[in-house]
Ligand binder design. Structure first.
Ligand SMILES: Cc1cc2nc3c(=O)[nH]c(=O)nc-3n(C[C@H](O)[C@H](O)[C@H](O)COP(=O)(O)OP(=O)(O)OC[C@H]3O[C@@H](n4cnc5c(N)ncnc54)[C@H](O)[C@@H]3O)c2cc1C
Length: 389
């Protein structure tokens, strides 16, 4: 006889774990099926930035709602998420300053601690930074970064303690339906039955969607990151930064390291299984050149390590959430390289969608799949343009 659950979640990354956690809080028994191990995909490679600065209001609202969980993790979830407060700065070129001001005003309306600061303020916050190429920046004093692998593990531990189950080394190979309704899944370890099946398969979400007859507009996005060792005289730490001027983000890491990722040159459409996790051949050189533009003293730094990871990218670079395809099939995927920081609240919204019929924590109803066929791509009121070029 097939094993049964209330909800089957395909994928044990931060989103599968978050949804499992929230479902158990609603009294359901979810089963997470993971083909490798928890955080084996994008989550285990994530840079872990936790900031609220988006140009799309529901994403800022998701990040802000998630932040309440990151900051109170041990009481709400248990265990550790490794949140480290560094302060966060968003740099944009002068011609985007009006958008930055409008977006900060939107963040403030949501209650997010965010303010517009001058280049002089940034010099005081981060004396090692070059600050002559912008007039104003956005500053979030409470933001920083967290540990994605630890966060996923903690959510999964809490979900299991609350009646959820996790099966690792189980690959889902098909979605079973009957009369237009989901019945369960086929896997490398036999059949599992549930009336609800959720696609939380990250970079593999398109393939998993095809099991339910969907042709999801999700391609794979490869993203490399480098850990660089800072010269000691640059100080013990620095703020976390998204630097649109240099198409880059960076944050401090323990041990005197700085993690750098680039917004351009991230290859699309590679197979995460075939292409591997080596960085692109020119990545380190490009990353070093960019960070030295913003922190000139980094030309005396050295390389610690570099790696690549994969996420699913959608045409408007925003997630796809909610029901789609056969009745009982849900999408929780397409996080487009920015899905870690919003995962705690997305899991709450998805659990509400499944249990109550609509998301409540944040209104994410605009994130449904049909936006692409109905010409409703998500874009901010004061958009900066796409993050990834
Ligand atoms: C290098 C890098 C840096 C990033 N930095 C940030 C950041 O700083 N801040 C931020 O907010 N976001 C960041 N992101 C994005 C963020 O990490 C992802 O959006 C998020 O981790 C996606 O989580 P997920 O659970 O959807 O996917 P994943 O973590 O990829 O999990 C999906 C899981 O599904 C499993 N799976 C796939 N197919 C099957 C199947 N058929 N059967 C069973 N299991 C299956 C996979 O093994 C995988 O473990 C980054 C991403 C990368 C790659």
């Amino acid at each position: 006889m097939a094993e049964t659950a209330d909800v089957i979640i395909i994928g044990g990354g931060i989103h599968g774990a978050s949804l499992a956690f929230h479902l158990t809080r609603r009294g359901l028994r979810p089963l997470v099926l993971e083909r490798r191990f928890v955080a084996a995909g994008a989550t285990g490679r994530s840079s872990g930035l936790v900031r609220m600065h988006y140009d799309l209001e529901p994403e800022s609202a998701l990040a802000w709602s998630s932040y309440q969980i990151f900051r109170n993790w041990s009481e709400i979830v248990g265990g550790e998420c490794g949140f480290t407060r560094t302060g966060f700065l968003q740099f944009v070129a002068a011609d985007h300053a009006p958008q930055l001001r409008a977006n900060v005003a939107m963040h403030q309306r949501l209650g997010i601690p965010s303010l517009v600061v001058t280049a002089d303020d940034v010099r005081r916050l981060a004396p090692s930074f070059y600050t002559d190429d912008f007039d104003v920046a956005a500053y979030e004093p409470e933001s920083g970064y967290a540990d994605p692998t630890g966060s996923a593990a903690a959510l999964m531990t809490a979900a299991r303690a609350g009646g959820g189950r996790l099966e690792q080394e189980v690959q889902v190979t098909g979605v079973a339906t009957q009369g237009g309704r989901v019945r369960g899944v086929e896997t490398s370890r036999g059949s599992f039955e549930a009336p609800i099946v959720v696609n939380a398969a990250g970079a593999w979400a398109r393939e998993v969607g095809s099991f339910a007859g969907l042709d999801l507009p999700i391609t794979t996005w490869k993203h490399d990151t480098a850990f660089l060792r800072r010269p000691k005289d640059l100080g013990l730490t620095h703020p976390t930064v998204i630097d649109f001027i240099n198409l880059m983000y960076f944050r401090p890491e323990t041990g005197g390291l700085t993690l750098v990722g680039l917004e351009d040159g991230n290859p699309l459409g590679l197979s995460p299984d075939a292409a591997g996790e080596q960085p692109e051949s020119d990545f380190v050189e490009r990353a070093v050149e960019r960070i030295c533009r913003r922190i000139p003293g980094m030309d005396r730094g050295s390389l610690q390590s570099a790696n690549g990871g994969y996420d699913g990218l959608t045409p408007d670079q925003r997630a796809i959430l909610g029901p789609a395809g056969p009745e009982g099939f849900f999408l929780d995927c397409g996080f487009s390289g920015t899905g870690f920081k919003i995962a705690p609240a997305v899991g709450a919204c998805m659990a509400e969608w499944i249990v109550d019929g609509r998301p409540k924590t944040v209104d994410v109803s605009a994130f449904t799949l049909n936006r692409f066929t109905e010409g409703r791509r998500l874009t901010g009121d004061h958009a900066y343009g796409e993050i990834w070029r």
